[in-house]
Design a protein around this ligand. Structure first.
Ligand SMILES: Cc1cc2nc3c(=O)[nH]c(=O)nc-3n(C[C@H](O)[C@H](O)[C@H](O)COP(=O)(O)OP(=O)(O)OC[C@H]3O[C@@H](n4cnc5c(N)ncnc54)[C@H](O)[C@@H]3O)c2cc1C
Length: 385
């Protein structure tokens, strides 16, 4: 059979692109090496954060607002619990990009929707388990969101099936070849033909499969879970159930960490950007799921300094991969050497929240519906020179 579209990789973004195309009535085959959601890509580890304020003054702001609407729509359509409202904090000293930079962009573009400035003392008062130094401050966003990544992907794949997409799991794509009017996609035991191919393989886009140098750096990053109050009497059960935001905190220049409200697994915390030296990034360590002792110690050190009531109780960890582009913007473009192939790659640690919109944009591009300014920041040509 000749499909209209083959989507390679059915994780956060690929599943959404397949859904959009199938719901528009195209014949779609979706192929994944594993069975998403799973723990070998970039999408695992409940929950994912959705926040707007950090995108003030950038083209991402409209996209994140569209994405929030899409997640709510998908939630209503599927009856699954995909998105939950929460407060979100961006914390740092005034000179930090995370706090100061965002504040400046927000002031310029003035799109505030329930955003509020908090001084260090106010942060401590409202969220007593956080201990910012006196010169740190925060932007509080009342309408942040928590996404359940497994449920989001399962629900989206369910919609793909309902819309008639053919889904193949456990089929690692080894290669693809362009022919006259179609592209052939090869797995160890099958061949699929499609007029156009969407390549959305997450961190694997850095390998041979993309057949293009995409300037991606795959970075191991570890998520940890702690049970506050279990080992440290500094926080009460009421506080655990009470007001609790998600946060990203630039604790030292260029280095940040994050935390989430308590969920079924406890409180998720992790080191975010600028902490590469604390991550086991040697080749043989990239595929390991559990944290190394050095990674756990680095996390404990940050908790001990900035959120002591959360320290001492890390009981679970899961390594995951960021696919970083040099400018941390995504890649969403036509393949540089093949007009029938379209790419999404370089989630750069923040693509999950945008997945329904990125899927829609990729589907639009691949079906010649739009190649407008929306994709301009994501074109490969920006890396030329
Ligand atoms: C620890 C961590 C925390 C994060 N936190 C957030 C957050 O709070 N908010 C946010 O917005 N984003 C966050 N992100 C980023 C976000 O999760 C990723 O950007 C997003 O999952 C990328 O989606 P993707 O579809 O490109 O890749 P994936 O979701 O990894 O999907 C790729 C799929 O391709 C498949 N595949 C790979 N190779 C092949 C092959 N050869 N053949 C067939 N299939 C193949 C894989 O099996 C996989 O299912 C976080 C990422 C990490 C690692």
């Amino acid at each position: 059979m000749l499909f209209d579209f083959a989507v390679i990789g059915l994780g956060a973004v690929g599943s959404q692109a397949a859904r959009v195309l199938a719901q528009r009535g195209h014949s779609v085959v979706g192929i994944d090496a594993l069975h998403p959601p799973h723990e070998s890509g970039s999408h695992h580890g409940h929950p994912r954060m959705l926040r707007e304020s950090c995108y003030a003054g950038t083209p991402y702001l409209d996209l994140v607002r569209e994405a929030r609407e899409q997640w709510s729509r998908l939630q209503a359509l599927t009856g699954r619990s995909l998105i939950e409202q929460t407060e979100a904090l961006l914390i740092g000293p005034p000179e930090s990009g995370t706090y100061g930079g965002t504040l400046a962009s927000a002031a310029r573009s003035a799109p505030a929707r329930g955003w509020r400035h908090l001084a260090s003392g106010e942060i401590r008062e409202m969220f007593p388990f956080l201990r910012p130094p006196a010169h740190h401050a925060a932007l509080l966003e009342s309408d942040g969101g928590l996404l359940n990544p497994d449920a989001c992907i399962e629900a989206t794949l369910g919609l793909c099936g309902q819309a008639g997409a053919e889904l193949w799991f456990g089929q690692p794509v080894l290669d693809w070849q362009t022919g006259k009017g179609s592209v052939t996609v090869e797995t160890p035991d099958r061949r699929f033909r499609a007029r156009r191919v969407l390549l959305v393989p997450g961190p694997s886009a850095a390998g041979q499969l993309a057949r293009a140098a995409l300037a991606l750096r795959i970075q191991r990053t570890v998520q940890h879970w702690t049970r506050p109050g279990a080992t440290e009497p500094g926080i009460s059960a009421a506080e655990v159930r009470g007001r609790w935001p998600a946060w990203v905190w630039e604790h030292y220049p260029g280095r940040s960490w994050y935390g989430f409200p308590p969920g079924p697994l406890g409180v998720k915390v992790g080191l975010h950007l600028g902490n590469d030296r604390h991550c086991a990034n040697r080749k043989h360590e990239l595929g390991k799921t559990a944290a190394t002792t050095a990674e756990t110690e680095a996390m404990e050190q940050v908790l001990g300094e900035f959120a002591p009531p959360l320290s001492g109780g890390l009981y679970r960890s899961a390594a995951c991969s960021y696919s970083m582009t040099p400018d941390h913007n995504f890649i969403l473009d036509r393949h540089p050497d093949c007009r029938r192939v379209f790419l999404f790659a370089g989630g750069s640690g923040h693509a999950f929240k945008f997945a329904p919109v990125l899927g829609r944009m990729l589907a639009d591009l691949a079906s010649d519906r739009q190649d407008g300014p929306g994709t301009a920041p994501f074109r490969l040509s920006r890396f030329a020179n």
